[in-house]
Design a protein around this ligand. Structure first.
Ligand SMILES: NC(=O)c1ccc[n+]([C@@H]2O[C@H](COP(=O)([O-])OP(=O)(O)OC[C@H]3O[C@@H](n4cnc5c(N)ncnc54)[C@H](OP(=O)(O)O)[C@@H]3O)[C@@H](O)[C@H]2O)c1
Length: 203
């Protein structure tokens, strides 16, 4: 069981909180609007935390848009010291034709630069749509710290999902590119958002 805090009270926050609670994890929901956080938390047995103060969880899921992620991490400052920060953001631009981050970096790496040195950022969940999040799906993750990755991997397993280690944080840009590909698939070959990315490991 993990102790997790989720910053954000939107679609991904709710979807992840539901699965995390079902998996027996302790869940804290944190929103800039305390009333919304209480409402989301009340749904399934989570607690509501206070935005900007030290999160209760060892794992902190940033469930805000990428444009807000850096300001939120800056606002938290040392309150995120020692935490494992799970960056779930997609970084494609408004018309999903490219990434907003410059070549050679990623949203996750920029978040890592903004976070306290003792925090560890792990990219995860950005290749899964929240509304299809269900047991059995594959969740790609990437990061540089082995212990942080092991704790995120165990957390993913606790949700009934299959963790797949994609490598170091320098791979995050390509995971973010996969998020863009998923949006493009939804408007081309698949035609809707009701799908998930899966890997056949016995082919
Ligand atoms: N939706 C998906 O299927 C999906 C899949 C993979 C990855 N993601 C990623 O997951 C993240 C969240 O997506 P979502 O679909 O859950 O978005 P969403 O439903 O729009 O929710 C975004 C949340 O972020 C909060 N927020 C925005 N700016 C903030 C700030 N400056 N300070 C504090 N809170 C702030 C919002 O708070 P308020 O309610 O107060 O406005 C809201 O609770 C994004 O990075 C997205 O790329 C989404």
């Amino acid at each position: 069981m993990s102790s997790i805090s989720i910053i954000g009270v939107g679609n991904m926050a709710s979807a992840l909180a539901d699965r995390a609670l079902a998996g027996g994890n302790a869940v804290e929901i944190i929103g800039r609007d305390p009333a919304k956080a209480k409402e989301v938390a009340a749904g399934g047995g989570a607690t509501a935390g206070t935005f900007g103060t030290t999160p209760a969880g060892d794992l902190v899921i940033l469930a805000v848009p990428y444009a807000s992620a850096l300001p939120v991490v800056a606002q938290y400052g040392d309150a995120l010291a020692g935490k494992v920060i799970i960056d779930i953001s997609n970084t494609f631009n408004a018309d999903a034709t490219g990434l907003v981050t410059p070549d050679g970096t990623s949203g996750a790496q920029e978040i890592a630069k903004a976070a306290p040195a003792s925090a560890h950022v792990v990219k995860a969940f950005n290749t899964v749509f929240g509304h299809v999040l269900a047991p059995g799906l594959d969740v790609l993750f990437a990061g540089d710290d082995a212990r942080a990755k092991a704790s995120v991997s165990a957390f993913i397993e606790s949700l009934g999902l299959r963790p797949l280690d994609a490598g170091g944080l320098d791979v995050a840009r390509w995971l973010e590119g996969m998020g863009l590909v998923m949006i493009s698939l939804a408007s081309h070959g698949v035609g809707n958002f009701d799908f998930s990315l899966g890997f056949n490991l016995s082919a």
